[in-house]
Design a protein around this ligand. Structure first.
Ligand code: ADP
Ligand code: MG
Length: 238
């Protein structure tokens, strides 16, 4: 069974159409990358899956359940934001615990999940710090940790590396790949960076001008681009 299904999902802001009948299926455990130029609708599509933006038309299914009318916290997905969106007045531990407290998870269970996630992300020594005392890369890990503790059906990441400097970006990218290998969770990762897409994705969704241009493995979109746009954007050797 496909974990995430989009059926002819469209989005307009007022009279302006930004996505037009987008359909696709994502299998559980895939690392999907939405790749395309700025303004092509990547973030909007991700936000509709997360429930942060309403669909104008179409249907979204998660694990067989139709979710497009459900509020974000009932969809079982976790969004990791570009700007981390950590609470500045809370410690790392409290930032990671907060979402679980809100849904009434027992305290000992929260402690266990936060410590497991912290170990996995190697941030155990940071648990009592506040966001201002962390580097950009460390904040990014905390943001991912906050998602992991909720054991989501999918992780939704919107340009999570774009605020990092070049060296850290590469390192964090490799860590993200390792994390995916370890936990095998479904990930949807938005970027306009071809290198990130080529190195992280099990499949790339190339988007442009309100539509999906091609869906395929990095090798497929690189060596057999379906459209002229894909060839130029992904950089075919042909
Ligand atoms: P991307 O993430 O690919 O850069 P976005 O999904 O952010 O693109 O935006 C797609 C289009 O929708 C852009 O033209 C953008 O200006 C427009 N848009 C996004 N959010 C809103 C909004 N809240 N109101 C009006 N237009 C929006
Ligand atoms: Mg965006």
């Amino acid at each position: 069974m496909s974990d995430i299904v989009l059926k002819e999902v469209s989005k307009s802001f007022g009279v302006v159409s930004v996505l037009d009948k987008v359909s696709m299926q994502i299998k559980s455990g895939e690392f999907i990358v939405f790749l395309g130029p700025s303004g092509c609708g990547k973030s909007t599509l991700l936000r509709m899956i997360a429930g942060l933006e309403e669909v104008t038309d179409g249907e979204i299914y998660l694990g067989g359940e139709r979710v497009d009318q459900l509020p974000p916290n009932e969809r079982g997905v976790a969004m990791v934001f570009q700007n981390y969106a950590l609470y500045p007045h809370m410690t790392v531990r409290d930032n990671m615990s907060f979402g679980l407290q809100n849904i009434g998870t027992p305290k000992d269970e929260i402690v266990r999940r936060v410590e497991d996630a912290a170990r996995m992300l190697e941030i155990t020594q940071l648990l009592d710090r506040r966001p201002a005392q962390l580097s950009g890369g460390q904040r990014q890990r905390v943001a991912i940790g906050r998602a992991i503790v909720r054991d989501p059906k999918a992780f939704l990441l919107d340009e999570p590396l774009s605020n990092l400097d070049a060296g850290l970006r590469v390192r964090t990218r490799l860590e993200l790949a390792q994390l995916h290998n370890r936990i095998r969770a479904t990930m949807i990762f938005v970027t306009h960076d071809q290198t990130e897409a080529m190195t992280l994705a099990t499949r790339i969704v190339v988007m442009n001008n309100r539509r999906i241009e091609q869906i395929g493995t990095p090798m497929e979109v690189y060596s057999r681009p379906a459209t002229r746009f894909v060839a130029s954007f992904v950089g075919s050797p042909a």
